[in-house]
Write a protein that binds this ligand. Structure first.
Ligand SMILES: [Zn+2]
Length: 208
Protein backbone atom coordinates (compact mmCIF):
# COMPACT_ATOMS: atom_id res chain seq x y z
CA UNK A 1 0.00 0.00 0.00
CA UNK A 2 1.45 3.36 -0.89
CA UNK A 3 1.90 6.18 1.53
CA UNK A 4 -1.13 8.17 0.45
CA UNK A 5 -3.48 5.20 0.72
CA UNK A 6 -2.10 4.41 4.13
CA UNK A 7 -2.82 7.98 5.29
CA UNK A 8 -6.33 7.84 3.87
CA UNK A 9 -6.95 4.59 5.68
CA UNK A 10 -5.68 5.94 9.00
CA UNK A 11 -7.82 9.03 8.55
CA UNK A 12 -10.94 7.01 7.73
CA UNK A 13 -10.42 4.96 10.89
CA UNK A 14 -10.02 8.11 12.96
CA UNK A 15 -13.18 9.64 11.47
CA UNK A 16 -15.06 6.49 12.40
CA UNK A 17 -13.67 6.43 15.91
CA UNK A 18 -14.23 10.16 16.53
CA UNK A 19 -17.83 9.88 15.40
CA UNK A 20 -20.32 12.61 14.57
CA UNK A 21 -21.51 13.75 11.18
CA UNK A 22 -23.18 16.66 9.50
CA UNK A 23 -25.43 17.02 6.50
CA UNK A 24 -24.59 18.87 3.32
CA UNK A 25 -27.47 21.22 4.16
CA UNK A 26 -25.71 22.15 7.41
CA UNK A 27 -22.50 22.79 5.51
CA UNK A 28 -24.30 24.89 2.93
CA UNK A 29 -25.77 26.97 5.72
CA UNK A 30 -22.35 27.50 7.28
CA UNK A 31 -20.74 28.68 4.03
CA UNK A 32 -22.63 31.96 3.47
CA UNK A 33 -22.14 32.75 7.16
CA UNK A 34 -18.36 32.46 6.81
CA UNK A 35 -17.07 35.39 4.75
CA UNK A 36 -13.49 34.83 5.93
CA UNK A 37 -11.10 32.01 6.77
CA UNK A 38 -11.68 30.81 10.34
CA UNK A 39 -7.91 30.55 10.85
CA UNK A 40 -6.23 33.49 9.11
CA UNK A 41 -9.34 35.70 8.80
CA UNK A 42 -8.57 36.60 5.18
CA UNK A 43 -11.45 37.12 2.78
CA UNK A 44 -11.85 34.39 0.17
CA UNK A 45 -10.95 36.88 -2.58
CA UNK A 46 -7.60 37.54 -0.87
CA UNK A 47 -6.57 33.88 -1.10
CA UNK A 48 -4.65 32.91 -4.25
CA UNK A 49 -6.44 30.25 -6.28
CA UNK A 50 -4.88 26.81 -6.22
CA UNK A 51 -2.82 25.96 -9.33
CA UNK A 52 -4.61 22.61 -9.56
CA UNK A 53 -7.96 23.24 -11.33
CA UNK A 54 -9.60 20.53 -9.23
CA UNK A 55 -9.65 23.09 -6.41
CA UNK A 56 -12.60 25.15 -7.53
CA UNK A 57 -12.76 27.44 -4.53
CA UNK A 58 -10.31 29.19 -2.25
CA UNK A 59 -12.24 27.86 0.74
CA UNK A 60 -12.57 24.35 2.02
CA UNK A 61 -14.09 22.42 4.87
CA UNK A 62 -12.02 22.13 8.02
CA UNK A 63 -12.35 20.79 11.55
CA UNK A 64 -11.98 23.10 14.57
CA UNK A 65 -10.57 20.22 16.57
CA UNK A 66 -8.79 18.19 13.94
CA UNK A 67 -9.64 14.57 13.19
CA UNK A 68 -6.07 13.88 14.25
CA UNK A 69 -6.83 15.28 17.70
CA UNK A 70 -10.10 13.42 18.08
CA UNK A 71 -12.41 16.07 16.61
CA UNK A 72 -15.86 14.89 15.56
CA UNK A 73 -17.69 15.39 12.30
CA UNK A 74 -20.56 17.30 13.96
CA UNK A 75 -21.34 20.63 12.32
CA UNK A 76 -20.33 22.36 15.58
CA UNK A 77 -16.79 21.16 14.92
CA UNK A 78 -16.79 22.25 11.27
CA UNK A 79 -15.51 25.58 10.01
CA UNK A 80 -14.67 27.15 6.66
CA UNK A 81 -10.94 27.53 6.08
CA UNK A 82 -8.86 28.77 3.20
CA UNK A 83 -6.92 26.21 1.17
CA UNK A 84 -3.63 27.55 2.47
CA UNK A 85 -4.47 27.22 6.17
CA UNK A 86 -6.10 23.85 5.63
CA UNK A 87 -3.05 22.55 3.84
CA UNK A 88 -0.64 23.79 6.51
CA UNK A 89 -2.76 22.23 9.22
CA UNK A 90 -2.95 18.84 7.55
CA UNK A 91 0.71 18.83 6.59
CA UNK A 92 1.41 19.11 10.31
CA UNK A 93 -1.02 16.38 11.25
CA UNK A 94 0.39 13.93 8.74
CA UNK A 95 3.97 14.44 9.89
CA UNK A 96 5.69 11.97 12.13
CA UNK A 97 5.65 14.33 15.12
CA UNK A 98 2.41 15.51 16.68
CA UNK A 99 1.70 19.05 15.51
CA UNK A 100 2.88 21.75 17.86
CA UNK A 101 0.35 23.98 19.51
CA UNK A 102 0.70 27.32 17.81
CA UNK A 103 2.10 30.15 19.85
CA UNK A 104 -0.96 32.39 20.11
CA UNK A 105 -2.95 29.55 21.69
CA UNK A 106 -0.19 28.82 24.21
CA UNK A 107 0.03 32.48 25.21
CA UNK A 108 -3.71 32.70 25.53
CA UNK A 109 -3.67 29.68 27.80
CA UNK A 110 -1.03 31.23 30.03
CA UNK A 111 -3.13 34.35 30.48
CA UNK A 112 -6.09 32.21 31.48
CA UNK A 113 -4.02 30.32 33.99
CA UNK A 114 -3.02 33.48 35.81
CA UNK A 115 -6.62 34.59 36.02
CA UNK A 116 -7.60 31.16 37.24
CA UNK A 117 -4.97 31.22 39.95
CA UNK A 118 -6.03 34.62 41.23
CA UNK A 119 -9.71 33.96 41.21
CA UNK A 120 -10.49 30.35 41.67
CA UNK A 121 -8.08 28.29 43.73
CA UNK A 122 -9.35 26.83 46.97
CA UNK A 123 -7.45 27.60 50.19
CA UNK A 124 -9.42 25.05 52.17
CA UNK A 125 -6.57 22.58 51.90
CA UNK A 126 -3.55 21.85 49.80
CA UNK A 127 -1.44 18.89 48.81
CA UNK A 128 2.28 18.91 49.49
CA UNK A 129 4.10 16.95 46.82
CA UNK A 130 7.19 14.85 47.44
CA UNK A 131 9.30 17.57 45.88
CA UNK A 132 7.92 20.11 48.36
CA UNK A 133 5.63 21.90 45.91
CA UNK A 134 2.34 23.01 47.42
CA UNK A 135 -0.62 22.65 45.10
CA UNK A 136 -4.18 23.87 45.53
CA UNK A 137 -7.48 22.63 44.09
CA UNK A 138 -8.41 24.83 41.19
CA UNK A 139 -11.76 25.49 39.57
CA UNK A 140 -12.11 24.80 35.90
CA UNK A 141 -14.16 26.69 33.40
CA UNK A 142 -16.00 24.44 31.02
CA UNK A 143 -15.52 26.00 27.63
CA UNK A 144 -18.90 24.96 26.25
CA UNK A 145 -21.06 26.35 29.05
CA UNK A 146 -18.74 28.79 30.83
CA UNK A 147 -19.68 27.12 34.13
CA UNK A 148 -16.96 27.31 36.77
CA UNK A 149 -16.60 24.45 39.21
CA UNK A 150 -14.14 22.13 40.87
CA UNK A 151 -13.80 18.99 38.84
CA UNK A 152 -13.42 15.83 40.86
CA UNK A 153 -13.27 12.23 39.76
CA UNK A 154 -12.99 8.84 41.44
CA UNK A 155 -9.58 8.35 39.81
CA UNK A 156 -8.28 5.57 37.66
CA UNK A 157 -8.10 5.30 33.90
CA UNK A 158 -9.97 7.93 31.93
CA UNK A 159 -10.52 9.93 35.10
CA UNK A 160 -9.35 13.04 33.35
CA UNK A 161 -12.22 13.14 30.89
CA UNK A 162 -15.24 15.31 31.37
CA UNK A 163 -17.53 12.28 31.32
CA UNK A 164 -15.84 10.57 34.24
CA UNK A 165 -15.77 13.64 36.42
CA UNK A 166 -18.26 15.59 38.49
CA UNK A 167 -18.38 19.36 38.71
CA UNK A 168 -18.95 20.41 42.31
CA UNK A 169 -18.72 23.40 44.63
CA UNK A 170 -15.89 23.96 47.09
CA UNK A 171 -17.55 22.31 50.09
CA UNK A 172 -18.47 19.16 48.18
CA UNK A 173 -15.05 19.11 46.55
CA UNK A 174 -13.28 19.20 49.93
CA UNK A 175 -15.45 16.38 51.29
CA UNK A 176 -15.04 14.18 48.21
CA UNK A 177 -11.29 14.68 48.10
CA UNK A 178 -10.47 14.47 51.81
CA UNK A 179 -13.09 11.95 52.97
CA UNK A 180 -13.85 9.92 49.86
CA UNK A 181 -10.43 10.03 48.22
CA UNK A 182 -11.52 11.63 44.96
CA UNK A 183 -8.97 13.26 42.69
CA UNK A 184 -9.20 16.96 41.95
CA UNK A 185 -7.52 19.22 39.46
CA UNK A 186 -4.73 21.09 41.27
CA UNK A 187 -2.22 23.79 40.51
CA UNK A 188 0.79 25.30 42.20
CA UNK A 189 0.70 29.05 42.73
CA UNK A 190 3.36 29.58 40.07
CA UNK A 191 1.25 27.50 37.66
CA UNK A 192 4.15 25.18 36.84
CA UNK A 193 2.54 22.13 38.42
CA UNK A 194 -0.88 21.30 37.14
CA UNK A 195 -2.75 18.03 37.17
CA UNK A 196 -5.20 15.65 38.73
CA UNK A 197 -4.13 14.71 42.26
CA UNK A 198 -5.59 12.77 45.13
CA UNK A 199 -4.67 11.71 48.63
CA UNK A 200 -2.54 8.62 48.24
CA UNK A 201 -1.26 9.65 44.80
CA UNK A 202 2.35 8.52 44.63
CA UNK A 203 3.68 12.04 44.32
CA UNK A 204 1.57 13.45 47.18
CA UNK A 205 3.36 13.62 50.54
CA UNK A 206 0.57 15.11 52.68
CA UNK A 207 -2.66 17.04 52.83
CA UNK A 208 -2.30 20.33 54.65
ZN1 LIG B 1 -6.66 30.95 6.06
Amino acid sequence: MDCRNQRAKVRTERVKRNGGSHTSAEWKLLLPNSPTCAICAKRWSEIPTHPDPRYKHTWTKGHKVSIYHGGSGEISNIQVECNQCNFKKNAGAFGTKPPKITKPIAEHKETNTVTTLQETISRKFSFILNNGTEIFPVQMKRRSTGAIAFRVSPGGKGANTLEASEEVNEKTMARKVIVEGYAVRCKSLDGNTNGLYKHGHRSVREIR
